[in-house]
Design a protein around this ligand. Structure first.
Ligand code: 7RM
Length: 632
């Protein structure tokens, strides 16, 4: 049995057992379903100490041949991308597999014409328009490594990522539309490029028609360029372990890391998880509401659905425009069958009341999913009852940028579900819980640090330009394991519940930030001497950002000082990293060796003042009292 498509709990059990008994045979059987120019020599070679992981080495393929060409004879006229614009009155676009293939080939030829070669890094900073998907696949078509930067990030963040990847090409748009506003995009790129002299070419797609500045010799318009190319672009032959993309993600240090995924393993795993977790069936309309700028958009708007030959809905707008019923309106309009969103969106729409849900039938829905952060029981039940009408399995999918695809989740209607539990490991995934000392906890009904003891095909390969950082961050804390940075509980039957990060990472509305990253941004403000940032429970965002700030001089106008600090964070990272609360303090609780005692700051932010613990080792215990008295 190949376990390509799991249909029952017994099959899940059997597949899981087989995947652990003989992972090579298990994944070779999955990989058989794709178009390979040449089959692999070895299924898996690995060593978590280096780390070095190779899947399907010696195999030759192009992922776009599997996303596009492979489907043309059977699904050429089927809609690949179903694009719903921001404006509910605007026309949706249905882009067939044939048309997507054509557009990707043309775009790829434009890239070649502009000097992009295999292995080059290409930064993509674009809004949620079909051209973004086309641009991503065009890079993959010619073997260029895409590095998508979420279009909400600041100029400085773009520049950091371009410089880190040494990218000479940028793909962008004139502007974007979000809700009632047009927002400049090209202008942000222009600002970023003032510190990126290595960028040789910027290709600009029109979206808003708003005026932009084009730099002679560097910037070209996509709609002009396409006039010079045809739609014939054979796919570049890639090694299974050639890099496919870089995606930057925050960790506990100040500087985001470029997570690298490769062609073969990522292809096999995103397809496998897409089909099995969501129990996708031919002709289902699948809608993942993430932005392509995050890993969820890469794996479950673009690659997973297109590999499976599915119709993937791409939404340009926001959940609250023109009102808080927009998601539900779109589900009815396009008869969406599988809907995949984030707990923060569920909670914020739940808070708006049922008047926004009730006008819609939602009867097309078969499966609903959640990703990005723990989903609390209240939100889970609301989602189940009011969106799924008690008729749709919920899949709570746990995974990370570094894991490439879903690692722990129930399979819709196949394995059981339990509120607030991601539940069962995907076949091939071997999770363990560790004690702080790194000892495996073997019993059930326990909590521990979540680690994985065996590679799966889309595991992170390296952090771009700095392999040692990859080793340090993920493979050195506990020898022989990939360490996730999350804590988890395992119930008496073996289901996993993700508790949250155990490192200095804050998850705000499903977006990851390092506390140090936000502190660095705050400290760039001239109002600030030093700062410390912690997360605290937030009703809608999951976690909010609480900043303790030592001001440069006594604050006379706190509102103005706060506004200035928020503006600085927006400039350095982007508006999504703005602290929810800023408390001015005269000092921070530090140990004699100068380490900030974040535990105390966390307790204050959580308003758990009774359990501050031992403060006697602090350099200046008096600051704790001041901080506590003035908490926001
Ligand atoms: C896919 C994605 C990863 C971090 C991860 C967790 C948290 C993600 C869940 C979750 C509880 C979930 N990638 N996380 N999914 N926590 N239940 N279903 O989000 O790299 O941006 O973030 O997100 O802490 O480590 S990510």
């Amino acid at each position: 049995m190949s376990f390509h498509r799991i249909r029952s709990n017994d099959e899940y059990r059997a597949a899981y057992a087989e995947s652990v008994r003989d992972p090579h045979a298990f994944w070779a059987a999955q990989a058989e379903h794709f178009t390979w120019r040449k089959k692999w020599d070895a299924v898996l070679e690995w060593n978590f100490d280096a780390p070095e992981v190779k899947w399907f080495s010696g195999g030759k393929l192009n992922i776009t041949e599997n996303c596009l060409d492979r489907h043309l004879s059977t699904r050429g006229d089927k809609t690949a991308i179903l694009w719903e614009p921001n404006d509910p009155g605007g026309p949706a676009q249905r882009i067939s597999y044939r048309e997507l293939h054509d557009r990707v080939c043309r775009y790829a030829n434009v890239l070649k014409r502009n000097g992009v070669q295999k292995g080059d890094r290409v930064c993509i900073y674009m809004p949620m328009i079909p051209e973004l998907v086309v641009a991503v696949l065009a890079c993959a078509r010619i073997g260029a490594i895409h590095s998508v930067v979420f279009a909400g990030f600041s100029a400085q963040s773009i520049a950091d990522r371009i410089l880190d990847a040494n990218a000479a090409f940028v793909l962008t748009s004139d502007g974007m539309v979000r809700g009632a506003k047009n927002i400049p995009v090209k202008a942000v790129v222009d600002e970023a490029l003032r510190s990126c002299p290595g960028v040789k070419r910027v290709i600009v797609t029109q979206r808003t028609g708003d005026p932009v500045t084009m730099q002679e010799g560097r910037d070209v318009w996509m709609h002009m360029e396409t006039g010079f190319v045809d739609a014939d672009c054979p796919a570049e032959e890639m090694d299974a372990e050639d890099p496919l993309f870089i995606l930057y993600t925050s960790g506990s240090t100040g500087k985001p890391k470029g997570v690298v995924h490769t062609c073969g393993g990522y292809m096999v795993y995103t397809d496998y998880t897409f089909r099995n977790v969501f129990q996708y069936e031919e002709n289902d309309v699948f809608w993942c509401t993430a932005d392509v700028g995050w890993i969820t958009g890469h794996s479950y708007i673009i690659y997973g659905p297109l590999l499976a030959g599915a119709t993937s809905l791409m939404f340009e707008g926001v959940p609250t425009f023109p009102d808080a019923g927009r998601f539900w309106q779109v589900i009815d309009k396009h008869q969406v069958n599988i809907f995949y969103t984030a707990p923060t969106a569920i909670r914020s729409l739940m808070a708006q009341g049922l008047d926004f849900v009730n006008p819609y039938s939602l009867a097309s829905l078969k499966v609903i999913g959640s990703v990005g952060e723990p989903i609390n029981e209240e939100a889970w039940h609301w989602y189940k009852e009011h969106i799924g009408k008690n008729n749709c399995p919920i899949v709570d999918t746990w995974w990370q940028t570094e894991t490439g695809g879903i690692l722990i989740s129930s399979m819709a209607g196949v394995t059981d579900e339990k509120p607030s539990y991601a539940a069962w490991p995907i076949p091939g995934v071997q999770p363990v819980l560790l004690t702080a000392e790194g000892k495996e906890i073997l019993e059930n009904d326990v909590e521990g640090l979540l680690a994985i003891k065996f590679p799966w095909p889309s595991i992170i390969r390296t952090t771009y330009g700095d392999h040692e950082r990859c080793r340090q961050t993920y493979f050195s804390s506990y020898k022989g394991y990939y360490f996730t940075g999350d804590g988890a509980r395992r119930d008496s039957e073996g289901r996993y519940r993700i508790i949250g990060r155990v490192d200095d990472v804050i998850n705000v509305s499903g977006h990851r930030f390092g506390t140090a990253e936000i502190e660095n941004a705050i400290n760039e403000s001239e109002w600030v001497v030093e700062s410390a940032v912690v997360g605290y429970p937030h009703d809608i965002k999951g976690q909010g950002i609480y900043a303790y700030v030592i001001p440069e001089k006594p604050i006379t106008d706190p509102d103005q000082a706060r506004a200035e600090i928020l503006a600085t964070v927006t400039k350095v990272i982007g508006p999504i990293a703005k602290p929810d609360k800023i408390q001015f303090v005269s000092g921070l609780p530090k140990t004699r060796s100068g380490k900030i005692m974040r535990r105390i700051l966390r307790k204050v932010a959580e308003n758990e003042l009774g359990s501050l613990g031992d403060t006697s080792t602090l350099l200046d215990p008096a600051v704790v009292e001041e901080i506590t008295n003035n908490r926001l």
